[in-house]
Design a protein around this ligand. Sequence first.
Ligand SMILES: Nc1ncnc2c1ncn2[C@@H]1O[C@H](COP(=O)(O)OP(=O)(O)OP(=O)(O)O)[C@@H](O)[C@H]1O
Length: 301
Amino acid sequence: MNVIETKNLKKSYGATPVIHGIDLAVERGEIFGFLGRNGAGKSTFINMLTGIIRPTSGCFSLLGVEGPNQRLKKHIGVMPDYSSFYNSMNAIKHLKFLSALSGMPVSTAQCKAVLKMVGLEQDLSKKVGKFSFGMKKKLGIAQAIIHEPELIFLDEPTSGMDAESALQIHQLIRDLQASGKTVFMTSHNLFEVEKLCSTIAIMKEGAIVKKGSMEELRSYYRSTLEVKFKHSAIPESEAENLYDWLETAGSDLKTTASSSSLTVGNERKIAEIIRAFTKCQVDVFRVEVNEPSLEEMFLEE
Ligand SMILES: Nc1ncnc2c1ncn2[C@@H]1O[C@H](COP(=O)(O)OP(=O)(O)OP(=O)(O)O)[C@@H](O)[C@H]1O
């Protein structure tokens, strides 16, 4: 089942279109990564789905319910905007207060548990005004998940966090997915998206220009693979034939006594090459395939 579905969703500010009619489907249980340069329209798109701003036209549903709809509030989790942090409250009071405001009161025990999940267990009684940027991010994530929603929107969840905290949040996001939740996240950290997300959409100037798994994006962006084989010495009697054959198997062939590298069109070719080595009594010890990173693909857009 699709937990997010949008049809021709548009947003304009005055006469300026910002979102140009997005059709998107996100399946239950996905960690969906939404990428785009500054100003691409990611926050505007999320803000429409979470009911913060109204679409100019088009429609969307979340968890099968047409939005925007107050009934959805209990089932979706949203990180609060920085303007809604109450600096004079401590973390527990803050969570209680914002939860009560949205009509979903929570207990102190729930607050403590969720603050532990985001790594703020040492800061329960510290005033939010004294929190660092990264700590506020963690508090925002705690707010988004405290009522155990089915669908969680995380806008740049780890920006401003130290490496250890970011890893803790990555694990938390994976745990949310393992418990059947769907996470829709934006990030400028392409490495994070590559590691975490089952599906990735790249947004440009208010439109989604590419969407798919890492494998699908890779096969779109690069139709060739750079492969390096580490192998045993090639017997002299086989060398000429084998090199001739390798030259037809791919391009940019480079060889040493114990390694060969070339660029091939697809993965099947790699299997063929290993068979050819074996036929010539050459043992293949290691195969390295250089695949494009999300960063390389993103920069192509
Ligand atoms: N209230 C507003 N009035 C007019 N234009 C706006 C408003 N809010 C956003 N925009 C414009 O909409 C476009 C998309 O902005 P948005 O904040 O959605 O981008 P983003 O992809 O989230 O960027 P970032 O990565 O910097 O957070 C930008 O050109 C921005 O200037």
